[in-house]
Design a protein around this ligand. Structure first.
Ligand SMILES: [Zn+2]
Length: 478
């Protein structure tokens, strides 16, 4: 049986989170806004208007290009891509064709199996989004709100080798976009959309065979399922002696089926030419240098550093670098804590993350600051409170915004380490249980645990356990 290798390239459309659209002052985010409420003559394509490029779009696009290690062109151009579709009122889309903002670069994807897939980036370009249409009782309705929303289209080389790798690419890209603060990257809201080019070849061959393009896959699971199903279909075709046709396919998530949309347009169909209403986009070299120098430590770099610097397992480092605020939170807590970095990691992964999830907030919105978390760990470490009290304090600090020590003081949660008080409690327990005392003295030393429990009950669990055990042994042995 012939063994096949899968060849996948992805084209992602990334909605940048600027305040306004790419060529006009309309609000860019129209989530939940009524149809056609964020539009103006520019983005709805009325005659005689002129586009004005939004600087924030260029900045965010350049940050993404820098994070992809791409070359940022100091002079790039906008072009018109001509096609006729009801959601495109101008009859063309302003995009960047042959001289785009970014070219080359790569994105490294660590796979759960342990290897790293390096995906080369072919190009990144800026463009405007089109509107939306929807069918409503036999009528076609058009909403222009999305016209002119800024996008980066990022195209990879065909370097991905499985549906799982494609899914991981999107997971890591989403993480990076949020980390950089350039996009909300919410796939459900269409901030991150993906088209996949899929082909197969005999294993070991270097040839690129005819590919199909899967359009409009809008969740990570859908990308994985659509690609897996297309790979299976292509292998069946080839095994049956047929050729794979260059189709454009539409994935239907509900049925798990693919539909043929149309035979693919070729680039010549779009009649690209330079956008005459916009000047070339010219970047200052020093500005680009500063932008690259100011790039934050990227998530996967930070993940590696957490392993190296704090001796964390990769599992912990991966969770703690899930988003930027959480990773900053962790580092601040480690700095303030007397305990090792792994203990702090356990507290965050086991307890703080649950609070974040329950409240639906991000780590930088917590009243339970990293300093307070470190203070709670310190109180336990110094035997001032027990672990159960410490865990209870997390939510109390979050709700009251008070310092942990203040709550311990006010609510009397501290461990009793007053020797006289502990001694008195032990003496009371001894006096109340003469039978058990006799058994202990006759050699049944396993009763020590039982006595310890009695003293704890008497003190409401707040007696310092180490000290209690010490005094208990002393008094029982008489
Ligand atoms: Zn507008």
């Amino acid at each position: 049986m012939t063994e096949y290798e899968v060849v996948i390239g992805l084209e992602t459309h990334i909605q940048l989170n600027t305040k306004t659209k790419i060529f006009c002052g309309c609000k860019a985010d129209s989530w939940k806004a009524p149809p056609n409420s964020n539009i103006c003559p520019v983005c709805s394509g009325l005659p005689g208007v002129l586009p004005v490029l939004n600087k924030a779009v260029v900045e965010k696009g350049a940050i993404l290009a820098a994070a992809m290690h791409a070359d940022i062109r100091l002079i790039s151009y906008f072009d018109r891509k001509n096609y006729f579709y009801p959601d495109l009122p101008k009859g063309y889309q302003i995009t960047q064709y042959d001289q785009a903002l970014g070219s080359g670069g790569y994105f490294e994807i660590p796979m759960p199996e342990g290897y790293v897939r390096r995906v080369r980036i072919h190009k990144l370009h800026l463009e405007e989004d089109a509107g939306k249409t929807k069918n409503d009782q036999g009528r076609r309705l058009i909403d222009f709100n999305r016209c002119g929303v800024p996008l980066v289209e990022m195209v990879t080389e065909p370097d991905l080798r499985s549906a799982d790798e494609a899914a991981q690419y999107l997971i890591r890209l989403r993480q990076l976009l949020r980390w950089l603060g350039v996009s909300e990257a919410d796939m459900e809201k269409g901030h991150l959309r993906c088209d996949a080019n899929v082909s197969i070849r005999v294993k070991g061959s270097k040839k690129l065979n005819t590919k199909t393009e899967i359009k409009n896959v809008n969740s990570i699971d859908a990308v994985r399922n659509a690609i897996a199903s297309e790979i299976e279909r292509q292998i069946k075709e080839v095994n049956a002696g047929r050729q794979v046709q260059a189709w454009t396919l539409d994935w239907d998530d509900e049925t798990g089926k693919m539909w043929m949309m149309r035979s693919k347009e070729t680039e010549a169909d779009y009649r690209y030419f330079r956008e005459p209403d916009l000047l070339p986009l010219q970047l200052d070299e020093a500005w680009v240098k500063d932008l690259i120098a100011d790039l934050p430590e990227l998530p996967l770099e930070r993940r590696e550093r957490f392993v190296r610097e704090y001796g964390l397992p990769i599992y912990d480092a991966d969770i703690l670098t899930g988003d930027l605020p959480l990773s900053t939170y962790y580092e601040s807590a480690v700095q303030g804590s007397p305990r090792d970095p792994k203990t702090v990691s356990n507290w965050i992964i086991n307890d703080v993350l649950r609070i974040l999830k329950d409240l639906g907030i991000s780590a930088d919105d917590l009243n339970l600051t990293p300093q307070y978390l470190a203070a709670i760990i310190k109180l336990i470490d110094e035997n001032k409170i027990n672990t159960a009290t410490g865990k209870g304090l997390l939510m109390k600090v979050q709700e009251t915004e008070k310092a942990p020590a203040q709550i311990v003081e006010a609510e009397g949660l501290g461990l009793v380490s007053d020797v006289a008080a502990i001694r008195a409690a032990i003496q009371a327990v001894i006096a109340e249980n003469p039978g058990e005392v006799k058994s202990f003295r006759d050699g049944k030393e396993t009763l020590l645990g039982w006595f310890l429990g009695q003293v704890m009950r008497k003190t409401g669990g707040k007696a310092d356990p180490k000290l209690t055990r010490q005094i208990l042994v002393e008094l029982l042995r008489g």
